[in-house]
Write a protein that binds this ligand. Structure first.
Ligand SMILES: Nc1nc2c(c(=O)[nH]1)N[C@H]1C(S)=C(S)[C@@H](COP(=O)(O)O)O[C@H]1N2
Ligand SMILES: [Mo]
Length: 265
């Protein structure tokens, strides 16, 4: 599995941050980096104990940089829809018919307090609106405005356990119906992307409820990553230490078919 911070024992230094009381979960990671820089004594201790180098701090800062944001005038008239655009899966069809009234987004796995969030819960959570460019590996881009619940505060609410390293996003749709359960779409990101300020669970696009083609009722926006990481039709978010036991074992539908796990842009 390719690690986003090459050569770094990521589990150790994430645990180092947690152990030092600078919990990633409490705020955006850029603030964690500020704190690390401000508190040389703590930094020194972690650097000694965990081999955290200045270079790795800069990498963390790089990972937390914001994706470019655009103006309303830049919004694409016709944002492309790709992959699944009208899931036929019975569970999804039932939710769609009911207007997602009984929909609950589950957050479970390695968390202290599993969550089952209704759309009203999500709309009441700390939100962010952003106009960003979506880049698909197939070679097209579209600009859209997204509104959604920031993932980081929701993870704080759930209480991600220290042994968790990734979030797996389980979707309602099968993109390859001939493959049975292995054809179901899923994705995964690490906790740095999870706590990025622009990482949201989007329930609105261009000021309207998220259309079915774009992932209704809720899809991930993880703006520093390529299009296939932005899981649509979210059913469940599972915190895991490792994803090798899930589906094809490579962390995503397309990763299982040869795409890179880390698709940073
Ligand atoms: N559940 C699910 N999520 C998905 C896909 C999919 O087929 N199913 N396709 C991915 C790909 S390759 C892209 S480019 C974007 C497309 O999002 P859009 O339809 O809003 O343009 O969704 C991503 N997320
Ligand atoms: Mo894509």
């Amino acid at each position: 599995m390719s690690l986003p911070l090459t050569g770094l024992p990521r589990r150790t230094w994430l645990q180092g941050l947690a152990a030092s009381g600078l919990a990633l979960a409490t705020s955006a990671c850029d603030r964690v980096v500020d704190k690390l820089n401000a508190n040389r004594k703590v930094t020194g201790v972690i650097a000694k104990a965990e081999g955290l180098t200045y270079r790795s701090q800069r990498s963390l800062q790089g990972r937390m940089a914001l994706a470019q944001e655009f103006t309303p005038a830049d919004i694409s008239k016709d944002f492309r829809a790709n992959g699944s655009i009208r899931p036929r899966d019975p569970a999804y069809q039932a939710h769609l018919k009911a207007g997602f009234a009984d929909y609950r987004l589950v957050i479970d796995g390695l968390v202290e307090r599993p969550q089952a969030l209704s759309l009203a819960d999500l709309r009441a959570a700390p939100a962010r609106t952003q106009i960003t460019r979506h880049d698909c590996v197939e070679g097209w881009s579209s600009i859209g405005q997204w509104t959604g619940a920031r993932l980081s505060p929701l993870l704080d609410r759930a209480g991600v356990k220290p042994e968790a390293r990734y979030l797996v996003f389980h979707c309602f749709d099968s993109l390859d119906e001939s493959a049975g359960e292995l054809g179901r779409y899923y994705e995964s990101i690490d906790l740095i992307d999870a706590h990025h300020p622009q990482t949201i669970l989007a329930y609105a696009m261009n000021g309207r409820p998220l259309p079915v083609a774009h992932g209704a009722p809720v899809r991930l926006r993880v703006e520093r990553q390529l299009g296939y990481k932005h899981a649509k039709y979210l059913a469940r978010i599972e915190a895991v230490a490792d994803f090798s036991h899930i589906s094809g074992g490579k962390g995503g539908f397309w990763e299982d078919r040869g795409y890179e796990w880390y698709a940073g842009i």
